[in-house]
Design a protein around this ligand. Structure first.
Ligand code: SF4
Ligand code: SF4
Ligand code: FES
Length: 373
């Protein structure tokens, strides 16, 4: 009897396929580690999680992995396929089989492996808890009626609220690899979910906490978290929004914040990043003096331009016009962040060149308004 017939229990057997996958098996108790090949027959509609179920049922019952909802909701089945984090219940196997590819499945990164594909998520949860993921409304007595937030008010945190806490972003985080204490993409996206919530009154306190060591400015902007997130949360964009909100609120004690502020001033005035002035503007005069010898060495080798007179870009007016446009649109703080591939896809170009100015914000659940309406 074919596997398809058994799984459906129906009379007509479903088309099946031969699936081959390799799995990194690991036992933290014994330290044993081995890459094992499995070949099974599976229905053509099978996803990676179905294939793991078949292996566990019919080949090796000791295979360990997590699952629950099977429909991309619970966040349990995060693991790596060919070195990148995925949700096992989201990955269809048919295109992979058709290519003749044998994927390598392993546990997520940046978290200790307990067994096979199961990681210890305690460090993940402790960072989520550190975000105080609950509303702190800031009033002594609750209002008589429920605080109703409009869709418009909630739109800025729409993406962050989609997080299912699967850990796929954390698995691929560059910064966390070198600093395990970095708060990380999932926790910081959760942080913005509350900073941007109109019902929360603790945004300043929260921003101050996220601006401390191992916080938002330690992100290397590698964008792997945006790339791997299976729910389109775009955690890197959330971190950018936290940075922009911090600067808007005057919370700029971190070198990262000073660096970002100098970037803005520098591009506005010259259209370039004036690198020679970067150190004094971000680290202060004392630090700059200490690095004078190094800077002179760079200048001698033509690695940095002399600060005076500052080099002004030919098209500096474009950079200034962009500044004016953002100001005109009142895009301060989080409202000024349009990042990542999905964000860039929303910037339409006019025939004359330059960004279109009248793109309406897209409200979830509504058809985008026709241009000019
Ligand atoms: S941000 Fe995306 S990848 Fe990260 S935990 Fe949430 S849903 Fe998973
Ligand atoms: S963009 Fe930042 S938070 Fe996201 S994976 Fe890279 S270092 Fe981590
Ligand atoms: S099993 Fe729930 S997200 Fe995959």
């Amino acid at each position: 009897m074919s596997i398809g017939t058994e799984i459906t229990g129906g009379s007509a057997p479903e088309p099946t396929m031969e699936v081959a996958i390799k799995i990194w098996r690991y036992d933290s108790q014994t330290g044993e580690r081995a890459l094992k090949l499995y070949e099974v027959e599976a229905p053509e509609w099978a996803c990676l999680l179905d294939v793991l179920d078949i292996i566990k049922d019919r080949v090796d019952g000791t295979l360990a992995y997590r699952k629950s909802c099977r429909m991309m909701i619970c966040g349990s089945c995060g693991m790596r396929m060919d070195g990148g984090a995925v949700l096992a219940c989201k990955e269809r196997m048919k295109p992979i089989v058709d290519r003749g590819h044998v994927p390598v499945i392993s546990a997520m990164g940046n978290m200790p492996i307990v067994k096979d594909l199961v990681v210890d998520m305690d460090p993940f949860w402790s960072k989520i808890r550190a975000m105080k993921p609950w509303l702190q409304p800031g009033y002594q007595e609750p209002p008589e009626r429920e605080y109703l937030a409009s869709q418009e008010q909630m739109n800025p945190i729409h993406k962050e609220a989609l997080c299912i806490m699967c850990g796929c972003c954390v698995s691929e985080c560059n910064s966390m690899e070198s600093d395990p204490d970095f708060l990380g993409p999932a926790a910081l996206a959760k942080g913005f979910r509350f900073v941007g919530d109109p019902r929360d009154g603790a945004d300043i306190e929260r921003l101050n906490e996220y601006n401390s060591e191992h916080g938002i400015w330690d992100c290397t902007r590698c964008y792997f978290c945006n790339e791997r997130c299976p729910k389109g949360v775009d955690p890197r964009d959330a971190i950018a929004k936290l940075g922009a909100e911090s600067v808007r609120q005057g919370i700029d004690h971190d070198l990262g914040a000073k660096h970002a502020k100098w970037f803005v001033t520098s591009t506005k005035t010259t259209g370039w990043l004036r690198e020679t002035e970067l150190v004094p503007k971000t680290q202060g005069i004392v630090s700059a003096i200490k690095q004078t010898k190094f800077a002179l060495g760079l200048a001698r080798r033509g690695k940095v331009p002399l600060p005076f007179p500052p080099h002004v870009a030919e098209e500096v007016r474009e950079a200034r016009a962009l500044h004016d446009l953002l100001k005109e649109q009142n895009r301060r703080g989080a409202a000024g962040i349009v990042q990542g591939e999905r964000g860039l896809a929303r910037i339409e170009r006019t025939d004359e060149g330059g960004a279109k100015r009248d793109i309406a914000e897209i409200t979830p659940g509504e058809e985008p308004a026709a241009a000019g309406s």
